[in-house]
Design a protein around this ligand. Structure first.
Ligand code: AP5
Length: 217
């Protein structure tokens, strides 16, 4: 299966991607995680992405597309993948379509996580991420057993720089103007499925897997 997850910042894409990808035994490819890794490790790619991420703007398409092209060429992505955070605008979606067509391939389904903005702000302000395994937690909604430590791998949890209130607001504006048009784009392609992404994490996962069920081969 070749799946794209779409939804506003804080909709739970990373959280659900973790469970869905592991259930379907496909790699989870998060452009945000790849950029953050490169920023933390001071790579050339990280230097190109840092200032855009700090502001909550999209990293330029040429940088992002080249990175995704390389990642999709890796062996583990040949039998399927789950993309979290890409595409982020219609030009990226068109490029992805062409990229897959070069391999006689196409997206199977696009899963939209639907959540309102107030909930998104509550989620992002309490988010904590594991430095080691990238598992996402929430201080109130999905807390680890021991504050500050990942239950899964024992790694240290941190708060993302772009989860400050003013940057969250800007990321929402960027989503509404640049990313939300993808919903109509994929609806026109006939591959969009939307689910209510509110409620407990495990209930959202069940809804997501039920929505993807008809597309499983
Ligand atoms: P990215 O990392 O992709 O950020 P995002 O899209 O803003 O999404 P988030 O990671 O903030 O939220 P999420 O939907 O994954 O929610 P999560 O599961 O963490 O991108 C970061 C930056 O990188 C961008 O701003 C841009 O600069 C750059 N970038 C990335 N891709 C790019 C691209 N394609 N083009 C250009 N630039 C790009 O959940 C949030 C919180 O809610 C967590 O604490 C979680 O525990 C909690 N939660 C989850 N589900 C529930 C639930 N059901 N109930 C209660 N709490 C919940």
């Amino acid at each position: 299966m070749r799946i794209v997850l779409v939804g506003p910042p804080g909709a739970g894409k990373g959280t659900q991607a973790h469970f869905i990808a592991s259930h379907l035994a496909i790699p989870r490819i998060s452009t945000g995680d790849i950029f953050r890794y490169n920023v933390t490790h001071n790579t050339e790619l990280g230097a190109k992405a840092r200032e855009y991420m700090e502001r909550g703007d999209l990293v330029p398409d040429e940088v992002t597309v080249a990175m995704v092209r390389d990642r999709l060429a890796e062996d583990d992505a040949q039998a399927g993948f789950l993309l979290d955070g890409f595409p982020r605008n219609v030009p990226q979606a068109e490029t992805l379509k062409k990229m897959l067509a070069e391999f006689d391939s196409r997206l199977t389904v696009v899963l939209e996580l639907v959540v309102d903005e107030d909930e998104v702000v509550r989620r992002l302000s309490g988010r904590r991420t594991c430095r080691r395994c990238e598992r996402v937690w929430h201080v109130l909604y999905d807390p680890p057993a021991q504050p500050g430590t990942c239950d899964d791998c024992g790694g240290e949890l941190f708060q993302r720089d772009d989860d400050k209130e003013e940057v969250i607001r800007h990321r929402l504006e960027v989503y509404n103007t640049q990313t939300a048009p993808l919903i109509a784009f994929y609806a026109d392609e006939g591959i969009l499925v939307g689910i209510d992404a509110t409620g407990p994490v495990e209930e959202v996962t069940s809804r997501a897997l039920a929505a993807l069920g008809p597309y499983l081969r």
